[in-house]
Design a protein around this ligand. Structure first.
Ligand code: PDD
Length: 281
């Protein structure tokens, strides 16, 4: 603890980092966010996160809280002020502070907050063993492509996983996997990587996008199509991608061992490629 946080233009000690009880993020979940990884004190894949923030704001008709240049400077300053070498920056924009009414308030400035969190990203011990997941019904709303702070379904899914002694949950809609509670889901069969195509049903992950590029550069085939939990149970490998996990092998789904219960070669290779690039800065 003892961090320096950012709140609406000011860098303040975390005890003083506060927003109003009338903030629409707090009252309605009327806000969006981004999580950007930091390795060796450098932001990873920052432009992709800011591009997606812009998309989330546009889709929700929410105003930018500041200029893009100010946002970048704020991220870099936060890394510096907290001496962050490895971890994440969490940034949240909400529709601002106003009396409680559902429709958009007029002439209200967006709220912008950000903070750092120290995490072991590169040498994450889970990557050596892989993680276990369960499947659970996807009870989320119809615009999961927008990165909103309305994360209750993910909170419940992750808690269900923890209660069952595993790390995470893959969500299922109409008999097909959508994504993980806070990550995109992939399986590997006969050397091909399979993942759900982008639509309103899933978040367009920045790590997913980077993985597509790296796979293309290194001759790994990716097939975008729907897949079932049963197909996942019978896969050669499985993994997830996210800004805080990068490429993380999955070695058990619903109690069924995947790839003999060990991280597979494709998952390991993709993680290595991602880390190599991220560490170059
Ligand atoms: N979660 N799908 C969902 C539902 C997510 O919440 C996330 C990210 C992803 C992966 O996106 P990216 O590769 O851009 O991180 C997919 C972040 C890390 C979080 O909520 O902590």
């Amino acid at each position: 603890m003892g961090r320096i946080c950012y709140v609406n233009g000011n860098f303040v000690p975390e005890q003083e980092a506060k927003v109003s009880v009338f903030d629409r993020g707090f009252l309605f979940g009327d806000g969006v966010y981004e999580v950007t990884p930091v390795i060796k004190g450098k932001l990873v894949d920052y432009p992709a996160h800011i591009e997606r923030l812009g998309r989330s704001l546009r889709e929700l008709k929410m105003a930018w809280p500041c200029t893009e240049a100010e946002l970048r400077a704020m991220h870099e300053e936060l890394v510096k002020k907290n001496n962050l070498t490895e971890g994440i920056i969490y940034m949240q924009v909400t529709r601002g502070v106003a009396d409680r009414q559902f429709n958009f308030p007029k002439d209200v400035k967006s709220t912008l907050i950000a903070f750092t969190q120290v995490m072991t990203l590169v040498d994450n011990p889970n990557a050596r063993t892989g993680i276990k997941v369960i499947t659970t019904p996807d009870i989320r709303w119809g615009r999961r492509d927008i990165k909103t702070v309305m994360l209750l379904a993910s909170v419940l899914g992750k808690q269900e996983a923890v209660d069952k002694g595993v790390t995470d949950a893959w969500m299922v809609q109409d008999g097909k996997i959508t994504e993980g509670t806070s990550n995109n889901a992939f399986i590997v069969k006969d050397g091909k990587v399979i993942t759900r195509p982008l639509s309103n049903d899933i978040l367009p992950g920045c790590t997913r996008r980077a993985l597509f590029r790296l796979a293309k550069e290194h001759g790994v085939e990716i097939v975008e199509r729907l897949f079932t939990p049963e197909e996942a149970h019978a896969a050669d490998e499985a993994f997830i991608t996210s800004a805080s996990q990068f490429v993380m092998p999955v070695t058990e789904i619903d109690g069924k061992r995947i790839g003999g219960g060990q991280p597979g070669p494709v998952s390991r290779k993709m993680r290595e490629l991602f880390l190599d690039e991220a560490q170059k800065g």
